[in-house]
Design a protein around this ligand. Structure first.
Ligand code: SF4
Length: 334
């Protein structure tokens, strides 16, 4: 019997040119995978799911020289066609003049680009010299080809003044679709907890551009909301089930960062029927820990009621859970 829910497989076939300090995926290995591996993985899952959507990327989309052929192959491997979202590789935009024309041809209306401040700051956070100049150049190339541009600006205590200045740079570059946010607090961004932006320190000029500002909470406000919450925080899929497969063929859900406690299995080492069982049952160590502790207890263990650092409520729950998962998982390993 096949499961009715669609399985979306995101396979990290080509890695990413960047090493962002905020990356929620952490620092995944950049091995290249070939088409045979992609086909084999889809074949393994097909007997178990009514529908499969296959993506050959998990990080930078189209970060490969054969992006045109790859897109066709992704479509061919999928029974429900993959989406383009509003994403593209700015690395490829500025190196391959054909690419932007191809983006247009496959129906791309808008592309989102990510900044962390002005030149030195953005290069530092992307982990690559020249990234800021590429982002500015990519903005112009997209606009010249009638593709709209959205700028996503990540803010923290270190770059908050530069984010203010970036709003002027956006205006100079005729970019009006802009949003600012703090990012979730997992993966690499969790290591930046100490410089997470304080609610009171968000510059006045930035507030109109802040994502969902009216619902933004400080950590102390999150704690107030959760301190008597006797429910469990158990991340779940909505409609389709989405799995991430890294280039070392480890399989994860798309909740939070791909780390050992969240791992479902490995394509080479584990039997596919057992991997599918774990996917459907949510049987990974982290979710077992999630089912064993109330939110009110997580807050007692890991909340800082003096903190003004900003969170969305869901991101804060995940931050608390990951603290607990790390403590429990690491103590089990000892
Ligand atoms: S945030 Fe995106 S672009 Fe940056 S390292 Fe992670 S996957 Fe790559």
């Amino acid at each position: 019997m096949k499961f009715e829910r669609t399985l979306a497989i995101c396979l990290d076939m080509n890695g990413c040119p960047n090493r962002c300090l905020h990356c929620w995926l952490g620092d995944l290995p950049n091995h290249k995978l070939n088409d045979k591996t992609a086909t084999k993985i889809v074949k393994l899952f097909k007997p178990y799911f009514e529908n499969i959507t296959f993506y050959s990327w998990l990080r930078e989309p189209d970060f490969t020289k054969d992006y045109k052929a790859r897109w066709l192959k992704d479509n061919k491997l999928s029974t429900i066609k993959p989406k383009r979202f509003e994403l593209a590789s700015y690395f490829t935009i500025i190196r391959d003049p054909e690419y932007v024309k191809w983006l247009k041809a496959v129906g791309t209306k808008k592309v989102q680009l990510t900044f962390f401040g002005l030149e030195a700051m953005t290069d530092k956070y992307v982990g690559r010299k020249g990234a800021y100049k590429e982002l500015i150049a990519a903005t112009k190339i997209l606009q010249d080809n009638d593709i709209d541009v959205r700028w996503q600006l990540f803010i923290n205590e270190e770059n908050k003044d530069e984010v203010s200045h970036l709003l002027d740079v956006a205006a100079e570059n005729k970019v009006t679709d802009i949003f600012v946010h703090e990012g979730s607090c997992d993966g690499n961004n969790r290591k930046l907890y100490d410089i997470r932006i304080n609610k009171d320190n968000i510059p006045l000029k930035v507030k109109p551009y802040y994502l969902n500002y009216e619902n933004l909470l400080s950590e102390s406000e999150c704690i107030e909301l959760l301190k008597d919450d006797d429910s469990y925080f158990i991340p779940k899929h909505k409609d389709e089930i989405v799995i991430y497969i890294t280039s070392d063929l480890n399989v994860y859900f798309n909740f939070t960062n791909p780390s050992a406690a969240w791992q479902i299995g490995n394509i080479e080492d584990d039997d596919i029927s057992e991997i599918v069982r774990k996917i459907v049952a949510g049987d990974v160590p982290a979710l077992k820990f999630a089912r064993s502790i109330l939110l009110s207890d997580l807050v007692k263990l890991y909340g800082d009621s003096n903190s003004d650092k900003v969170f969305s409520l869901e991101d804060y729950k995940m931050y608390l859970l990951n603290n607990y998962v790390d403590d429990k998982y690491n103590s089990k390993l000892q």
